[in-house]
Structure formats: structure tokens, C-alpha cells
Design a protein around this ligand. Structure first.
Ligand code: NAD
Ligand code: MG
Length: 378
């Protein structure tokens, strides 16, 4: 076997980051942890550094950390992503803040295993261009997109009629609009099938996560928005469907676990033996059910798909307004249904801002965050 490939795990202390390290601990013959970065959890980062002995450790935030030799500050992400001993960058930070590391890794010719979906939503065209010019490659970690990649199995886009992303429906699937208006932070953090970071858990409750994923699918697989659909599937066992032009439909299934999509993003198109996913028992997992999305009650999905269709700066504005509004909701400063209201208001005011360059998109991102903060200033 060839030498192990170097992996940088950006956001190693988060939900995906710790999942990835469990996978990498089992796959030491194939992969070596070359770099780790975290925002503020210095204690866990130190533990991870002791176990994996990476050549680079970076702490982005200003938490006190006594460890000599650690790199500090926001530049850590790009530094880790472009190191010579790194072949694969597993980007598992949360939010648009992961954009520069994604672009830099692709420019440097690395494989980016992308969990951090927000940068692709903000700057899908720039990310694709960075991969083209730098020779890098981008592989999805998101379970729906990993499922689609596995179903496509290299078939050309012309053979694909439709993608159908599955959505668990989140904790509020059966809730009435009246009840949704009173939903608390604790309610929103009770996801029925996945244990994830707080931001994506709230996004799953509003269905903004599914909007981000529709835009993500558009950029990953190059299909127009009218051929990307969403269906609610509360059990999260079917991770997505691909319908081909002859009418055949393929689905990828498995017990809900991010270990498989993380591993597949590292090894694609190969498969390697692993024990991360429990054995598949269709009877045990039965019944598998599907429902239409209640689009009127969860407007964040429609707003996001409209922003995707509009293109330009609109997806960046959508994402930034959502990030800011989710933070305000988590701080207890706005109500649950204020999240889609804040997004709608930001899109109406700023969706037409200039786009096309990183600087223009970051200006739209900053303006949208200001718009939401000022609309809700106490
Ligand atoms: P999380 O909050 O659990 O972890 C985020 C990680 O990013 C942490 O290690 C944190 O230290 C780091 N981080 C946070 N802010 C940062 C900043 N400003 N600069 C640098 N690093 C920072 O989040 P998560 O649930 O692991 O999600 C990470 C990404 O993966 C998100 O984009 C999410 O949408 C996506 N994703 C997550 C899941 C899941 O199951 N958790 C599934 C699919 C996609
Ligand atoms: Mg997903």
C-alpha cells in the first residue's frame, strides 16, 4: 500500500470534526492526520493533538492556550489547508468563514472533503473556478450529496432527469403554525434523527438547511433548480434519490451516521472496508415513509431556493442573514419565525448587490449581517 495521505481537519472539535477523527483513527493505514484546527475548545484540541500528533495545530479564536508551537488566529485555516504535507482538507467549520480555506485548498490542488456547505452557497462559481484553475477537487460530506454522488457513479449529467433530496423534517415536522410561532431554542435543538452542531440543528428546524443543500446540489452536480426537489423522509434512512432519463431511480441508504459520508469523501471513488455504520436491517428500519414539504409553514426553504435561482449575491445574502438570525435566535433575542422574516427582509433590501468577486460577495455577506442586526437592535 502507498504512504498514508495527509488530512487536515478544519473544525476538529465540532460534530463533524470529532466524527472524522473517529473514522481516521480506524483508517491509519490509509490516512494520517497532518493538521488540526479549532475555534475555542483548546482542551479538546490538545487531547486530539496528543492522540494524532499532527505537524500543525491551529486555534482560531482568542481562547487562552499555553501550548507552544500552536498557530493562532483566523489565518490558521488557510495555513492548515495549504500545507505541503496535506493532501485532503476536511473542511468541517461552520459558516461562510470557511470560504478562504476552501478556495486556497482548491487553488493549491488539494481534495476538499466539504462538510462546510455555507461557502459553496455564498460563492459557488468562485469555488468551482478555484478547483478548475488550481487542479483541486471538491467532494461532498453532506449525507444527501454523498448519496447522490454514490448513485451517479460517474454517469454523465445528460443521463440525469432529477435529484430528490430527502429531509428529515426536523423537530417541528408536525407542528402547527401557531405552535411554531412559540417554538423555543430548546425545542429547536431537539433533532429527531441527527446529533449535530447548534447552527445546523436550527437550520434543520427552519428547513434553511435544505435550502442550503439545494443550492449546494446545484453547484456540485450542475443541474438547474427545477430539477432538484425535496421530499420529507422522517427516518433519515434514504439519504437521497437520483432519477435517470430512462425513469430508473437509485437511492443510497444506511442507518443515519455521518461516518460513512466522511469516509467516502476521503476515499471516493474507491470504497474501503470500515465498521463505522451499523449493519443494515430493512425490517428493523421499517417503515420508511415520505411526505410533501409544508412549504408555506417553513418559508426559509422557498426563500433559499428563490435566492439560488436569482443567483448573483442573493445566495450570499440569504446565507449571511440566516447565520446572523440563527445566532440571535440562539441568544434568545428573536423568535423562531423571525428567522425567515429576517432573511426575507435582507433579500428584499440587498439581494441585488454586486457579485462576481470574493470581495463583492463578502461585502454582500457583511451588509446582510448588519441589516439583520440593525433590524433587531434592542
Ligand atoms: P459544530 O458547531 O459542531 O462544529 C464547528 C467547528 O468549527 C468547531 O470545531 C469549531 O471550533 C469550528 N469553528 C466554529 N466557528 C469557527 C470560526 N469562526 N473559525 C474557525 N473555526 C470555527 O458544527 P457541525 O455540526 O460539525 O457542522 C460543521 C459544518 O458541517 C456545517 O457547515 C454544517 O452545515 C455541516 N454539516 C454538518 C453535519 C452534521 O451532522 N453535524 C451534517 C452535514 C453537514
Ligand atoms: Mg445534509
Amino acid at each position: 500500500m502507498s504512504a498514508p495521505r495527509g488530512v487536515a481537519v478544519l473544525g476538529s472539535t465540532g460534530s463533524i470534526g470529532t466524527t472524522a477523527l473517529r473514522v481516521l483513527a480506524r483508517q491509519r493505514e490509509r490516512f494520517r492526520v497532518a493538521a488540526l484546527t479549532a475555534f475555542s475548545n483548546a482542551a479538546l484540541l490538545r487531547e486530539q493533538a496528543e492522540i494524532f500528533a499532527p505537524s500543525f495545530v491551529g486555534l482560531v479564536g482568542d481562547a487562552a492556550a499555553e501550548d507552544a508551537g500552536w498557530r493562532r488566529g483566523p489565518e490558521c485555516l488557510v495555513e492548515a489547508a495549504t500545507r505541503g504535507d496535506v493532501d485532503v482538507v476536511l473542511n468541517a467549520v461552520v459558516g461562510a468563514v470557511g470560504l478562504d480555506a476552501t478556495l486556497a485548498a482548491l487553488h493549491a490542488g488539494k481534495r476538499v472533503a466539504l462538510a462546510n456547505k455555507e461557502p459553496l452557497v455564498v460563492a459557488g462559481e468562485l469555488v468551482a473556478e478555484a478547483a478548475r484553475t488550481g487542479g483541486g477537487e471538491i467532494v461532498p460530506v453532506d449525507s444527501e450529496h454523498s448519496a447522490i454522488l454514490q448513485c451517479l457513479a460517474g454517469r454523465p449529467r445528460a443521463e440525469v432527469r432529477r435529484l430528490v433530496l430527502t429531509a428529515s423534517g426536523g423537530p417541528f415536522r408536525g407542528w402547527s403554525p401557531e405552535r411554531l410561532a412559540r417554538a423555543t431554542v430548546a425545542d429547536a435543538l431537539q433533532h429527531p434523527t441527527w446529533t449535530m452542531g447548534r447552527k445546523i440543528t436550527v437550520d434543520s428546524a427552519t428547513l434553511a438547511n435544505k435550502a442550503l443543500e439545494v443550492i449546494e446540489a446545484h453547484f456540485f452536480f450542475g443541474l438547474p433548480y427545477d430539477r432538484i426537489e425535496v421530499v420529507v423522509h422522517p427516518q433519515s434512512v434514504v439519504h437521497s434519490f437520483v432519477e435517470f432519463v430512462d425513469g430508473s431511480v437509485l437511492a443510497q441508504m444506511g442507518v443515519p451516521s455521518m461516518e460513512l459520508p466522511v469516509l467516502y469523501a476521503l476515499t471516493h471513488p474507491d470504497r474501503v472496508p470500515d465498521t463505522g455504520v451499523p449493519p443494515f436491517d430493512p425490517v428493523e428500519l421499517s417503515p420508511l415513509t415520505f411526505e410533501r414539504v409544508r412549504g408555506d409553514d417553513f418559508p426559509a426553504l422557498r426563500l433559499g431556493v428563490e435566492a439560488g435561482r436569482a443567483g448573483g449575491a442573493a445566495p450570499a445574502v440569504y446565507n449571511a442573514a440566516n447565520e446572523r438570525a440563527v445566532a440571535l435566535f440562539l441568544e434568545g433575542r428573536i423568535a423562531f419565525m423571525d428567522i425567515p422574516r429576517a432573511i426575507e427582509s435582507a433579500l428584499a433590501a440587498l439581494g441585488g448587490m454586486p457579485a462576481g468577486t470574493r470581495e463583492a460577495l463578502l461585502a454582500a455577506d457583511a451588509a446582510a449581517r448588519r441589516h439583520v442586526a440593525e433590524s433587531h437592535a434592542c
